[in-house]
Design a protein around this ligand. Structure first.
Ligand SMILES: Nc1ncnc2c1ncn2[C@@H]1O[C@H](COP(=O)(O)OP(=O)(O)OP(=O)(O)O)[C@@H](O)[C@H]1O
Ligand SMILES: [Mg+2]
Length: 369
């Protein structure tokens, strides 16, 4: 029977021997930290076997077991050690294989989580990779859409600028060469030249605004403004245009509703909506601008009598350079107004939308208050 003291010494020396083995294994693992998990698992397996064998050597040296028992124990330990090694090598290979599956999935075009069952950590990595790839693909798609719209815009604009410029040049040449000399025509040409110059100025101004919006360089200086003032100003600014077209323009807002906006920029967005509404409403029609508070949001609606926007155009009216069939004529708009309005509203953390209702369509701007 083993005494308590013997038991203590056995434990002490066995721990010492195992500690030495563990120290060596840790040192090796540290040196091999960049190597395959399979190799590191093999080190762990070998260290376990060696630690056990060193314990047995200790009790043999302390002469606590005889030669016969030593042989038996050593062979049992060797056999189970070999099995343990085999298991850790197998596990290592499975990890290596799982990793390879993941690497192959990453190398393929557009990552999708592999169907094979992965260890929890690798599965988590795979999920994260999938999410990161999705974000990347989204950003790429957005970038491409923006690039396409920018290209389209440049094409449209160069066309839109060239046509009036050619007209201006022809009129200027005619005046210069004295080809036209009757007073009425000369006056008409001068008037046209001024109108075209104004239109071009407006377009260049819109382009500049749009490029500031796209570059995220729109600096808003927000202030408390009454919703009623904003609506009244937009209506007042478009009154002359409405009168010239014979369109009734009504503003309707309950006073005393303040919002935090950049009055200049927001006013510009509203003006674009109101001018569009008047332009697309036949004479004798009505355009109504309303301001109200609805569910913690400030709501500005511009309703007109345009006869409705074609269903397939509705999702595209806010796109840069988009214009409806009727507007694609010389002298028509450049298709920038609504893109600018959306940019400004979104810079205010608001939303803008459109729907067909009643005799026409209704543009709705929502702003958090
Ligand atoms: N109130 C409206 N009623 C009917 N159609 C509209 C209305 N507002 C916009 N649209 C349609 O959406 C298109 C895009 O409008 P947007 O204001 O962006 O450009 P535009 O008015 O053609 O040109 P710009 O505003 O640059 O002078 C218009 O061409 C028109 O087809
Ligand atoms: Mg417009």
């Amino acid at each position: 029977m083993l005494s308590v003291a013997d038991l203590f010494w056995v434990a002490w020396y066995a721990a010492l021997a195992a500690g030495l083995v563990a120290g060596a294994a840790l040192w090796l693992l540290h040196r091999w930290r960049g190597r395959s998990v399979a190799a590191q698992l093999a080190v762990v397996g070998a260290a376990t076997v060696l630690a056990t064998v060193s314990g047995i050597v200790v009790i043999a040296l302390m002469m606590l077991i005889n030669d016969h028992d030593l042989t038996v124990v050593l062979s049992v330990v060797t056999a189970s050690g070999l099995v343990a090694m085999a298991v850790s090598i197998l596990l290592g290979q499975r990890l290596v294989a799982a990793n390879r599956v993941l690497v192959d999935a990453v190398r393929a075009d557009g990552f999708s989580a592999p169907a094979t069952r992965l260890p929890a950590e690798l599965a988590e990595l795979s999920r994260e990779l999938e999410a990161a790839y999705a974000r990347l693909a989204d950003a790429h798609a957005r970038e491409q859409a923006l690039e396409a719209s920018r290209r389209e815009l440049v094409a449209w604009v160069s066309h839109d600028l060239r046509t009036p410029l050619a007209g201006l040049r022809a009129m200027a040449e005619a005046l210069e060469d004295g080809v036209v000399d009757d007073e009425a025509t000369v006056r008409r040409y001068h008037g046209r030249i001024r109108i075209e110059a104004d239109r071009l100025t407006g377009m260049v101004d819109d382009l500049f605004e749009l490029s500031r919006i796209h570059a995220g360089a729109l600096r808003l200086s927000r202030e408390r403004v009454g919703l009623a003032d904003l609506v009244a100003e937009a209506v007042a600014g478009a009154e002359a245009l409405a009168r010239a077209k014979g369109v009734r323009l009504r503003g309707d807002v309950r006073a005393g509703l303040p919002v935090q906006v950049d009055a200049g920029e927001f006013g510009r967005a509203l003006r674009n909506l109101v001018v569009n509404a008047i332009r697309h409403t036949p004479s004798d029609g009505t355009v109504e601008v309303r301001g109200e508070i609805d569910g913690g949001q400030a709501l500005v609606t511009v309703a007109d009598a345009c006869g409705g926007i074609p269903e397939q155009d509705l999702p595209r009216v806010f796109d840069v350079a988009f214009r409806g069939e009727a507007a694609r004529t010389p002298g028509g708009g450049a298709g920038l107004g609504l893109a600018i309005a959306r940019g400004i509203v979104e810079a205010h953390a608001g939303e803008i939308g459109v729907a067909n209702t009643g005799p026409g369509c209704r543009f709705v701007v929502r702003l958090p208050v």
